[in-house]
Design a binder for this molecule. Sequence first.
Ligand code: ZN
Ligand code: ZN
Length: 112
Amino acid sequence: MMEFFIFGLWLFMGTTLISAHAYVIWKVCNREPNDNGSDVVDSKKLPCFEYKVEEKSNGPEMDCVVCLESFKKGDLCKLLPICKHTFHAQCIDSWLIKTPNCPICRTCANSK
Ligand SMILES: [Zn+2]
Ligand SMILES: [Zn+2]
């Protein structure tokens, strides 16, 4: 009687393991091809603003490191939320398509 019980237990565990294994394989195979998750940066979510020249600022003139031009009043700019670095909106948009990191400090630009 005991042997029968153990045999039943083994059978049950084996079936459960095979099912779990098959489920994992099924999940991996059915993953969507475009699903590369957190690497994608949605630059539309980045804060966008017009550059303003601060009259009292004596600091060095700021440059956009993507195009190496200085910001001018009225330029459309974007700020990376984590490292607070600023770039032209169109420059950082095209940069983030290729690289999900800040061009200056390599901080992940994804705010998630
Ligand atoms: Zn630029
Ligand atoms: Zn940065």
